[in-house]
Design a protein around this ligand. Structure first.
Ligand SMILES: CC(=O)N[C@H](C=O)[C@@H](O)[C@H](O)[C@H](O)COP(=O)(O)O
Length: 505
């Protein structure tokens, strides 16, 4: 073939989602024939097997590639000379390969030489103008914008039309490729000077196209729905972000809480990861470790998560998301979640989460108490100098006690030892359970809730609740708290804060 055979044409890339239902030779050949029937002047096909399958079925040039995930190089598209040669043998007229300036197994020159020796054309998949300049110097026939946006950083949504224009100053043989999803974008690529335009996902990846339409439809429906909230639960190591409506989690992602960057960066990262949810929520609820007063966030225990004192979380998040924001302590949010959608049954409730530390929330007369209310881990014993309860009860304390007794073990391991009858471990767990039981009795006397809901990794560890109940066995039944296990697990916070964010009363 000649380069001009594909001049001013549409090329269709037929690359199914790997492992998906169309990832078979039959489907790829079907997509290829359909594209050619409708006027595609060339095809881009991945893998030797699919080039072999499509070659006899069509009469147009094929751009062949092989994709490999290598351990020692980020280069994926046709990394080896043997791949390039096998593509030619399978019937490719043009062989495309990664031409980015990254650690690579084989130089661009070697690939070009191997393909040219076999009398075929070469296409350099570039990420930048510099890549294109280098590839042209190595003698390639075409340069493509294929890898713009795929060599680090967040993946862009739109095609890189600017790169097409820039590459056109170097050569007329620019192939526009990558994220061309609409007829307008394809036309813009042609107008920017592309020699030919490749469209892939928008024509041949049904899963991707379906998800674009699904999100658009969901966003349109949700725009009229005031009951869906964006719920965020910022924890010490990870942040859960979800779309929640009436206790139901509609979509959910988890992003790391990068401790040394701080809350401005966390909000920016969250906003970045949920861009496709814009318009699907009317309000934002944020649950945080630490406490909230007047919309400002302060750490109670900087070891859990260090934040600037009185960080103006509500104002910052309102500016970030452009929607009304409600913020609350995470255990208070979880208390409300359990009250509305979990272990609660409509009566007043106290939620107690016993894990690395101890937190909680209080619902009285159907209302959640805010501010410091429920920070049970910070209650002190009878003498003012005594350390807070969580330092004598929580998972951190359990592991520290084990170490003191000469056993290097996590809290979970101490539980295993206790449950298999080891006396040293049983003594620690029983001591922790006894203190939790005392706290529950005190809560009952102060607030008389219908239930005390116990959650957290320690609270729900096998046998812990039973041990607390054993400690309460001798008490007058009328004074004994009714303990129930939490039901919502790690989602209690996001479900609760979403419900609080859309609450009207
Ligand atoms: C980055 C990368 O690996 N691109 C690959 C290159 O062959 C393919 O996954 C793309 O589908 C192709 O470039 C067409 O682009 P789009 O599907 O966006 O129209």
């Amino acid at each position: 073939m000649q380069r001009d055979d594909i001049k001013k044409s549409l090329i269709v890339s037929c690359q199914p989602v790997p492992g998906g239902p169309t990832d078979t030779a039959e489907f790829v050949t079907g997509f290829a024939k359909a594209a050619v029937d409708a006027g595609a002047k060339a095809l881009r096909i991945e893998s030797i097997a699919y080039v072999k399958a499509v070659r006899p079925a069509v009469n147009v040039p094929i751009i062949g590639i092989v994709k490999r995930d290598l351990d020692d190089s980020p280069v994926r598209i046709t990394p080896f000379v043997a791949d390039a040669e096998a593509l030619v043998d399978a019937g490719a007229d043009i062989v495309a390969f990664d031409a980015t300036d990254r650690l690579r197994p084989v130089s661009v020159q070697k690939l070009v030489q191997a393909i040219k020796t076999r009398g075929k054309l070469t296409m350099a998949d570039c990420s930048s103008l510099e890549d294109a300049r280098n590839a042209l110097a190595a003698g390639v026939d075409f340069v493509g914008t294929t890898l713009s946006g795929y060599v680090g950083g967040p993946e862009p949504v739109d095609p890189d039309i600017g790169l097409i224009t820039a590459m056109h100053t170097l050569t007329p043989y620019v192939i526009a490729e990558g994220r061309i999803r609409t007829v307008e974008q394809a036309a813009a690529a042609a107008k920017a000077g592309a020699f030919a335009v490749v469209v892939g996902s928008a024509i041949t990846r049904t899963e991707h196209v379906t998800s674009w339409f699904r999100d658009a439809v969901a966003a349109a429906y949700d725009a009229h729905d005031t009951q869906t909230a964006l719920a965020i639960d910022i924890g010490g190591t990870k942040t859960m972000v979800a779309l929640v409506r009436g206790g139901e989690v509609l979509a959910e992602i988890t992003v790391p809480t990068v401790r040394d960057t701080g809350p401005d960066a966390w909000l920016a990262m969250i906003a970045d990861s949920i861009r496709s949810w814009t318009d699907r929520y009317s309000r934002v609820g944020i649950a945080v470790t630490g406490f909230i007063q007047d919309g400002c966030w302060s750490a109670l225990n900087p070891a859990t998560l260090g934040i600037p004192d009185r960080y103006p979380l509500v104002d910052k998040a309102t500016a970030t998301f452009g929607k009304p924001v409600f913020a609350v302590n995470d255990a208070q949010a979880a208390a409300w979640g359990e009250y509305r959608f979990g272990a609660g049954d409509g009566g007043d409730l106290v939620f107690l989460t016993i894990s690395t530390g101890i937190g909680g929330g209080i619902i009285v007369n159907g209302r959640p108490l805010a501010g410091l209310a429920g920070h049970f881990g910070l209650i002190r014993g009878p003498s003012a100098g005594q350390s807070p309860l969580e330092d004598q009860t929580s998972g951190r304390w359990i592991a520290a006690e084990a170490a003191k007794a000469g056993h290097q073990a996590t809290a979970a391991e101490v539980f295993e030892h206790a449950n298999s009858g080891e006396a040293w471990a049983e003594a620690i767990i029983s001591q922790s359970a006894f203190r939790a039981a005392t706290l529950c009795c005190d809560i009952q006397m102060m607030l008389d809730p219908k239930h005390i809901v116990i959650g957290g990794g320690i609270g729900l560890a096998a046998g812990y609740l039973d041990r607390i109940r054993d400690c309460l066995a001798g008490i007058d039944a009328r004074l004994t708290p009714v303990l129930v296990p939490a039901r919502l697990g790690s989602r209690a916070g996001i479900v609760g804060v979403a419900s609080l964010a859309v609450r009207r009363d």
